[in-house]
Design a protein around this ligand. Sequence first.
Ligand code: LLP
Length: 454
Amino acid sequence: MLFYPTIGKIRRNCNRTFSILMKEHLPVSYSKDHLFIEDVSVADLVQAYGTPLYAYSASYFESRLDLYNRGREGLEEQIQFCYGMKASSNLELLRLVAARNWGADIVSGGELFRCQKAGIDPGKIVFSGVGKTESEIAYALEAGIHLFSVESPSELRTISRIATQKGTIAPVGIRINPDVDPGTHPYISTGLKENKFGIGHSHALEIYREAASLPGIRIKAAGFHIGSQLLDFSSYEEAAGRLLALVHEIEDLGISIDEIDVGGGLGIDYLQNHDLNEPLDTPDPAAFVRQMWHWINESDANRSRKLRRITFEPGRSVAGNAGFLITRVLYRKRNEDRQFFICDAAMNDLLRPSLYQAYHRVIPENASRSDTFGDLVGPVCESGDFLAKGRNLPDLQEGDVAVLASAGAYGFIMGSNYNSRPRSAEVLIRGNSHKLIRKRETYEQIIENELIRD
Ligand code: LLP
């Protein structure tokens, strides 16, 4: 099969660590000049469901879960995977996650509700985020989640109060802000001291001391999440080293830390720099897991200490290259020197290019289209509404279908009804079969919660 991954070349990085790249292909191919996702023709999908349409390859998504699982072989009790479901949380995708015995990293009551509907074990759920409300905390305690990843002293006190009121004990880890620069886009770097996330090193001992004295709290863990779309492992090494030094100080206070939560963040190849038929350059999740295990449990500084459980929260590196946004070109036009392809998907469907200047590869349904230069834009009334700006693009004709790749993470999920545009449908592909996993929204649904009061 075209896209099954094998371990690829090893690149020396910063003379300190290795990033191990995978050889795997996107689950797309051409047959007689027409584009297929797995073994389903994109033209058939468009005919069945219309555009804009999100399509996910189930086999690719599962192959990524399996790669992480391969990294923990023999360490199933010590390593836990909690899918960073903010990346993509359709119930059918979550069912694939549950079937692999993964838990989830959640950031809201709504995400917890989805997990319950999809059959994810609450005992494998980590609740992150800087602003958990009282009702969300109560809901998570009732559900019996694995861990609250606490981000402030006030949040800790709130959890203690609610747990005590309920006569229960809240399992807690503190998210430490390691002040490490992961070298990614500023909006998705989270482990710098100017970011709102976590507790600064200088306050960490204080909060652990307080946590140990509060009723209704059981301290289990310490963790970090330094950012997203990280393409080498060196900032993880730095963050792990800093966290472990701190953990030793916390344990010197007599507080035991049994688990380290290393967050998510592993990056993917957005296919910016090579041909479609070349393999992706993506860090290997299995190698990443083993490397983190080494840094946390086998490195020199930790040699005499006990083994600690590790929790990973990968989102993008599971879902990113499994998903595609399919769109149709409505019109072409030229304003002076600039060529515009106006399609039926817009920033409300895929916000990443507008918000982060993110690159998504544009793949024509018809392989015979040559290259040209221009902007792929949507119908939304904003100059910031573009899917590809000032780039080499396929010379799409009016009526052509094109696919935006690497849209499986932070794609549909960041969509909105801006301009009263219905959210697109979602479809799951496996081999030569496909099924609708979310219906296209209707105009009625867009207004259904609005009240006209005289
Ligand atoms: N854990 C925590 C605590 C997180 O904040 C995140 C992502 C993850 C795990 C999953 O990270 P991943 O493995 O997906 O990198 N909307 C942005 C990405 C925001 C990431 C937010 N936190 C984007 O489209 O690039």
